[in-house]
Ligand binder design. Structure first.
Ligand code: CTP
Length: 397
């Protein structure tokens, strides 16, 4: 199941199957998804927004021009928030509007404005489904990459029997979850370093940094979704271990180095997402350092460079590093790429409160003869894009 923590925008259109979207909302949340519901005007004739508000735990949006709602989360923001959009039930009319690219209500606008995967679960009378117009819309949407879940065959609310019933909630949850399972790293083992390190000064003090570990953890999750076996060597962070990921906890740069090297021979891909301390105290005091002198000078020494050490191995995995830069991003990143003999480097601009300990991020990715810009978005989405990019490079695409 890949829906843990995913932002799912559930669109409900007008049809008797709208009541089934209530169960769907509950099941999506049971699967760990965060669900926001948008209803069309016609859907309001079948179910009340209050039901979805109670089930999703979030206010339900129905209008494009709702000043109050726009003041909270604007529709473009909502479109960007979504990791996937599922329209269930999707009426014949809504299919036609999607196919035509209309944006005359909130849900159709969101479908146009979001670059997240879009799935629809058609539900309608069998004649309406079989109609050449609907079939042409289905084909057009399918050709544009819209995932079409169902419909199923069976008895219909109108008393007829045939194809047009909405798939059951459990099946929709499974299909939606499968959208996140790309298989791009199937059969590969990935090792990711994440989080900060702590370099002890004495038994109670250490030097560390503000890394939250979010980027590394998001990468671990994305690599897992892409079908990889994932090892996560992590400094101290306050994040849960992503499902299906083997987490190895360390504190210092030296411990991280040892933990990475102990497993590196199993690995096809190494991603150095940790903010490893570059220096550590040259000597660790055996007892707590007392405040006696008016000034205290610490002597620091370099820590081992884990990323460079992995890249220097023979044979070596595909090696991806990170770079945090405040100026001349490309020049510094490319210098790091060649100096450390990396296959790829993902650079972020940390000049203005970006990159470290924040939810959103943007990355500039460089490799010997190429470059890609991954725009500002949640670290979860960014991680999926970076994993897709890495998988493409690894397979020589
Ligand atoms: N890294 C590492 N081991 C270290 C230091 C860094 O594996 N001892 C990895 C990080 O995980 C990251 C990359 O190297 O992938 C960052 O490189 P680094 O040279 O530390 O760059 P910055 O700290 O961003 O910058 P600078 O070189 O300018 O200090």
């Amino acid at each position: 199941m890949y829906l843990q923590g995913k932002h799912i925008l559930l669109g409900v259109t007008g049809g008797i199957a709208a009541y089934k979207a209530c169960e769907l909302t509950r099941r999506l949340r049971d699967a760990g998804a965060i669900v926001r519901v948008v209803m069309t005007r016609a859907a309001l004739e079948f179910v009340t927004p209050l039901s979805f508000q109670a089930l999703s735990g979030h206010p339900v949006r129905t209008d494009l021009f709702d000043e109050q709602a726009e003041a909270g989360m604007g529709h473009i923001e909502l479109a960007r928030w979504a990791d996937a959009v599922l329209v269930a039930p999707c009426s014949a009319d809504f299919m036609a509007r999607l196919a035509a690219g209309r944006a005359d209500d909130l849900l159709s606008t969101l479908c146009l404005a979001s670059d997240a995967p879009l799935a629809i679960a058609p539900a309608m009378n069998r004649q309406m489904w079989a109609n050449a117009a609907t079939q042409a819309n289905r084909d057009a949407l399918g050709a544009r990459g819209v995932s079409i879940f169902g419909p199923a065959s069976g008895e219909q609310a109108c008393g007829e029997t045939g194809e047009g019933r909405m798939l059951e909630a459990a099946e929709l949850v499974e299909r939606l979850s499968a959208l996140f399972a790309t298989g791009a790293l199937a059969g590969r083992t990935v090792l990711i370093s994440a989080g900060p390190t702590r370099e002890a000064l004495d038994p109670v003090r250490y030097l560390s940094n503000r890394s939250s570990g979010r980027m590394g953890y998001a990468l671990a999750e994305a690599a897992r979704e892409a079908g990889a076996r994932v090892l996560l060597v992590s400094g101290p962070v306050a994040l849960p271990t992503p499902r299906g990921v083997e987490r190895i906890e360390v504190e210092s740069a030296a411990q991280m180095f040892d933990a990475v090297m102990a497993r590196i021979d199993e690995v096809d891909l190494f991603i150095g997402a940790a903010a490893v301390a570059d220096y550590r105290p040259a000597a660790v005091a055996g007892q707590k350092i007392k405040k006696t002198a008016s000034q205290l000078t610490l002597e620091l020494e370099r820590t081992p460079d884990i990323l460079a050490a992995v890249a220097a191995r023979e044979p070596r995995p595909f090696v991806v590093g990170f770079a945090a830069e405040t100026q001349d991003l490309e020049a510094h990143a490319r210098d790091k790429l060649s100096r450390k003999h990396l296959d790829m480097i993902a650079a972020n601009d940390v000049s203005a409160g970006r990159g470290f300990d924040v939810e959103d991020n943007a990355l500039e990715v460089f490799w010997a003869d190429g470059h890609a810009s991954l725009p500002q978005q949640s670290k979860a989405r960014l991680a999926r894009e970076l994993v897709a990019l890495i998988a493409g490079r690894m397979s020589g695409a």
